[in-house]
Ligand binder design. Structure first.
Ligand SMILES: *Cc1c(COP(=O)(O)O)cnc(C)c1O
Length: 644
């Protein structure tokens, strides 16, 4: 029918740029997931595609298993591939530089605390010695129970109290390797006391507060005003204090963290240079047992696929990052004549972002309904309508700007005349129809000329369709709202068909902020997304790269709860296995979070119904139906269903 090819869709949505080899478009126009990534390795050419799962088919089969829309699908193999990739990049950099230390990455639990995710990281990461990082007491308790990899590190960050420190120390008795990081100077007291009373010598880390400031959205977490880390003065005092306590040989690790989603490699390089100066400086002060350099998180994810230092992108690869770290450490140690430390990364975002995909359906579209042909004007019509009609009829490529201003003026004039009583409601309606017809004509000419020149931005918004998505941004992609993060969004089927409409996507909440209006454009982000005309049959879109931070930051705005979630893994027989199925919230559950008791609610409704019955306002049958609907509703999903 159409000449549009799946390849054109792949190009339009720039899958190769942000997908890291995990996604492609099938000849049938379906989105495919390649859970093991590109077969040739992610640094070389991405020509050989590995085994794939057809995403719309998967969604269909999951629905038949009882999963509801929206659903979050986690691909365990993608998570594994990302861990392997990070480990591989460091292994390559270490070999290349003949580096004397090892890579001993840890996964920061806060990035995605879901039990199945942490279990997968620990289980698959064991072969690379991947450990865990805890930033709070609850996270420490998770790490303590889950991390059983021999020799893997358990890095203990964050605010601490006596109980936190004691728990971490006691973990040593279980054969774990906790490193208690002094994030604030006062942590030293806690560590000294707890260690004396338990008789356990701690592994101590020192967190440095660098003056290097990250680049990107989270720069506040570094620099002089950051919450954590010791200043140079505090570092020197810490060494003196620990020496006085006879604990200088407990200092094993130097840590820094300049923020998340660092978009520019320069910030990493500068931080490393400063950190290595500190590392060498501490050695010179006598901390010769230092042997671990923890470079924190911050390894970016290229959500935009642009390879730039835009806040949603990054201008370097994981390999470049690894090379720079190993090179900087090796140089500084060679110059100072000290042994090369093992390198710990706390990359969370880069490990888990890619493995989760949120799939939702479109439940309706608001479309610009203006007729292709503008309505005629008669003598009875107000002069303002004649002026608008004249403007529409005389639009040509030469006078677009002038006519657009005429249209805006006519529309506003009509609105004032209406308010003042000089134009009736049908007249006002006609002014709007004429205005839209004119805008459409200008839009068509602009499209032929290619692009939207300055001054016409609002016109684009007028001509945009609004797609209503069955999901909540606040629950499933909160950073799209909170920090204007761009996530890749695209249809997962009909990709052999031209997406002929321009749309934005709004969610189910009543909040005007509940919309997606930042999409991957050709060079940078753009406010609309090319979408297919909605024909009433299920139309599925997906938000990609939502595995990091989104779930736990998600909230219950308008009481939309957790979505259903599944973990899918390729099996050995050419198919896949649904490993875990985590049911999302029922309405009664989200109501209980805000202290409503479902039985009490139901009982109140019953009593009101009883009153209405006695007053003769409702029939017995209707009263039974109402109570049935109410009680059923309490057990339903918080999102919409098209059943029945
Ligand atoms: C949040 C955090 C991380 C994770 O950062 P990413 O950018 O997600 O890799 C690592 N270390 C510390 C100390 C953190 O606070």
């Amino acid at each position: 029918m159409s000449e549009w090819t799946p390849k054109q869709s792949a190009d339009l949505y720039r899958i190769a740029d942000w997908g890291e080899g995990f996604f492609s478009v099938s000849p049938e126009g379906n989105l495919r997931v390649h859970p093991r990534g590109a077969a040739t390795g992610m640094n070389s050419e991405r020509s050989v595609l590995t085994r794939s799962i057809d995403l719309p088919n998967l969604v269909g089969e999951l629905e038949r298993r009882g999963l509801r829309r929206p659903m979050l699908i986690r691909f365990s193999d993608v998570l594994d591939a990302r861990i392997e990739h990070l480990a591989g990049c460091f292994s390559e950099a270490i070999t290349e530089n003949e580096y004397g230390g090892r890579w001993r990455g840890v996964y920061p639990i806060k990035v995605n605390q879901q039990a199945h995710v942490v279990e997968e990281v620990v289980g698959f990461g064991a072969q690379f010695g991947v450990g865990l990082e805890a930033g709070s007491k609850p996270e420490l308790l998770i790490a303590l129970a889950l991390l059983d990899t021999e020799d893997a590190l358990l890095v203990c960050n964050g605010y601490k109290d006596r109980a936190y420190v004691e728990t971490a120390l006691l973990a040593q008795r279980l054969g774990r390797n906790p490193v208690i990081v002094v994030d604030r100077y006062s942590d030293i007291d806690l560590i000294v006391k707890a260690s004396a009373s338990l008789g356990i010598r701690p592994h101590v880390g020192l967190r440095a507060r660098l003056s290097t400031v990250g680049a990107g959205r989270w720069i506040e977490s570094s620099g002089e005003r950051s919450k954590f880390g010791l200043s140079a003065d505090e570092l020197v005092r810490a060494i003196d204090r620990l020496r006085a306590e006879g604990m200088l040989d407990c200092v094993e690790l130097l840590h820094f963290h300049i923020g998340s989603q660092i978009t520019s490699i320069r910030a990493h390089k500068e931080a490393l240079r400063e950190a290595m100066r500190i590392y060498v400086g501490l050695h010179r002060l006598g901390a010769e047992s230092l042997h671990l350099l923890d470079v924190g998180g911050g390894l970016g994810v290229d959500y935009l696929g642009g390879g730039t230092d835009d806040p949603s992108s990054m201008n370097y690869s994981t390999q470049e990052y690894a090379n720079d770290i190993i090179f900087a450490a090796s140089q500084a140690c060679a110059d100072a004549g000290i042994p090369e430390p093992d390198i710990i990364t706390e990359s969370g975002r880069a490990m888990v972002a890619h493995h989760s995909v949120l799939v939702f359906d479109v439940i309706g579209v608001n479309r610009d309904q203006s007729p292709a042909k503008p309505p005629a004007c008669s003598e009875k019509d107000h002069a303002v309508l004649h002026a608008l009609k004249e403007a529409v009829d005389t639009i040509s490529p030469e006078n677009l700007s002038e006519r657009y201003h005429d249209l805006l003026h006519g529309r506003d004039e009509a609105a004032s005349l209406f308010s003042l009583g000089y134009l009736d409601l049908p007249g006002r309606a006609k002014s709007e129809t004429l205005f839209h017809a004119g805008c459409r004509r200008i839009g068509e000419i602009l499209a032929q000329l290619g692009g939207t020149p300055e001054g016409f931005e609002d016109l684009n918004a007028l001509l945009t369709d609004t797609y209503f998505g069955n999901f909540s941004i606040f629950q499933s992609a909160p950073d799209a709202w909170a920090v204007k993060q761009v996530f890749p969004v695209m249809p997962i089927h009909r990709l052999d068909e031209e997406p002929s409409r321009n749309g934005t996507i709004v969610d189910l909440t009543c909040d005007s902020d509940g919309r997606l209006d930042r999409f991957i454009g050709e060079h940078e982000e753009q406010p609309t997304l090319r979408l297919h005309p909605w024909n009433g049959s299920p139309y599925f879109l997906a938000v990609f790269l939502v595995g990091a931070y989104q779930e736990i930051l998600g909230d219950l705005h308008n009481l939309f709860g957790d979505t259903d979630a599944v973990h899918v893994r390729l099996d050995d027989e050419g198919g896949y296995e649904v490993e875990h199925l985590v049911e999302g919230d029922a309405i009664a559950e989200v109501l209980s979070y805000v202290e409503y008791d479902k039985r009490a609610l139901s009982e109140r409704v019953r009593r009101t119904v009883e009153k209405a019955l006695r007053a003769g306002r409702i029939s017995l049958e209707d009263s039974a139906l109402l109570r049935k609907r109410y009680d059923q509703g309490l057990h339903e999903y918080t999102y919409l269903s098209d059943e029945g």
